[in-house]
Design a protein around this ligand. Structure first.
Ligand code: ASP
Ligand code: MG
Length: 416
């Protein structure tokens, strides 16, 4: 059995969905579980709907636009009166009902609504595949992926999830292509959870790990994993293969090509991960597996929207472990992750992703004990396996606020 994952960019229009069918036709002999994300920028639109609803603003224009975007795609794929139209219309109705129910937290509401991006996209894709005479079957991923009630960041209950997923093996005996959603799970109490933005890759890894799949293929709009984002740098190279450890580290530093949680479940079971080009499936792409690659070229990762926070001790003493422990304690409590940190005699500085409400809460807490300074709008550049040329070029760039290097990795926090 193999697992395929198609992201939002692959299914952003009818041409993309037709291409999914073509790719699946050429793999229709094998047992397949196909994980699909919401179409294009749908999740962002749903986030805006939720936030407008929560701040008592009118959300109907945004909602109509989203429905019309999907209808436009459907008009290209289905004739009038095709059953897909009713199925999708009823999902939109359920979405509207979910929005108006009462919940224990804003994040719980978010998950009950934002999930419809994936629900609707898989409904459309599955109906189209059936139309193309593929033996496709729609599954609700929430019936399989069990999580806790940490909404927007659901933690997977692996034992229950793996038990549930065994049922899919039986289904596979009759049908050969299972279509299901990325990004979604469910709590014990029956509420939908999401696994964190861009979590569909992780969903694919969960299914693959529990099914002990032969491989996972992530179909993307790039030729494979590259040593830099081609939008930022010229002359990038595509890796033929990468060890799991190297790929995991890349995602840790912010490479957005695969979701950070994807590698571990695959590496522990030795399941190879292919990153392949959606528009040109004949290209080799990248294979991530247990291997040794000598002389990897420098790998550049850019992480935008960073915030540098400096906590200064005010009483002419030095920064002690006790001060740091206080800071780490607050960060843990607020569930904030440090991307890079540095200390000097009188201050401790660290860089985190900028999320306004969280950063505000953090600063308020830290101000009780420190003089706090902060800068936003920064970019964290990480160069793994740097060489002399990349080291010198990046260090001499203007606007470097913080710099750190080890034998293999250079990190610079830059004001762009
Ligand atoms: N649709 C979700 C998102 O955009 C999940 C995903 O695309 O992986 O975050
Ligand atoms: Mg997406």
């Amino acid at each position: 059995m193999k697992v395929f994952k198609f992201g939002g960019a692959s299914v952003k229009d009818s041409k993309g969905i037709k291409n999914v069918a073509l790719i699946l036709h050429s793999h229709s002999r094998g047992n397949l579980v196909v994980v699909v994300s919401a179409m294009g920028q749908t999740t962002n639109a749903l986030e805006r709907i939720v936030s407008r609803y929560q701040s008592h603003q009118d959300y109907t224009a945004e909602f109509n636009l989203l429905k019309e975007y999907h209808s436009g795609i459907m008009r290209d794929l289905f004739p009038e009166g095709h059953p897909a139209w009713n199925v999708v219309a009823s999902s939109w109705e359920t979405l509207a009902q979910q929005l108006h129910k009462s919940y224990s937290s804003p994040d719980q509401l978010y998950d009950q609504v934002v999930c419809f991006g994936e629900i609707v996209s898989t409904q459309i894709v599955c109906h189209y595949l059936i139309e193309q005479e593929l033996k496709a079957q729609w599954l609700d991923a929430r019936d399989y992926i069990a999580t806790d009630d940490n909404y927007r960041e659901g933690k997977v209950d692996w034992t229950t999830t793996c038990n549930n997923i065994q049922q899919i093996k039986k289904l596979q005996e009759q049908k050969n292509i299972v279509i299901t959603q990325g990004f979604l799970g469910r709590t014990k109490d029956g509420y939908t959870t999401t696994l964190g933005r861009d979590g569909s890759d992780f969903s694919a890894a969960i299914f693959a790990s529990c099914l002990r799949a032969e491989s996972v293929t992530i179909w993307k709009d790039v030729p494979g994993i590259m040593n830099a984002d081609p939008k930022r740098m010229k002359a990038v190279t595509v890796f033929e293969e990468l060890p799991f450890s190297e790929a995991a580290e890349m995602t840790y530093y912010g490479a957005s090509v695969i979701h950070p949680k994807t590698i571990k479940p695959l590496a522990t079971k030795g399941i190879p991960l292919y990153v392949k080009n959606f528009d040109d499936p004949a290209l080799p792409g990248t294979k991530i597996h247990e291997c040794r690659v000598e002389n990897l070229p420098p790998l550049f990762v850019f992480k935008d929207n960073q915030c540098l926070i400096s906590c200064k001790v005010t009483d002419y003493t030095f920064v002690t472990e006790e001060h740091m422990s206080t800071i780490f304690h607050v960060l843990t409590e607020l569930n904030i992750h440090i991307n890079v940190m540095q200390n000097s005699a009188i201050s401790f500085s660290f860089c985190i992703d900028f999320r306004e409400s969280r950063v505000k809460a953090l600063i308020e807490r830290l101000q009780q004990q420190f003089e706090v300074y902060y800068n936003t709008g920064l970019t964290l550049v990480t160069i793994k396996n740097y060489d002399a040329k990349s080291f010198d070029t990046f260090r001499s760039k203007p606007g470097v606020l913080l710099e750190q290097s080890s034998r293999s990795t250079l990190q610079l926090l830059i004001r762009p």
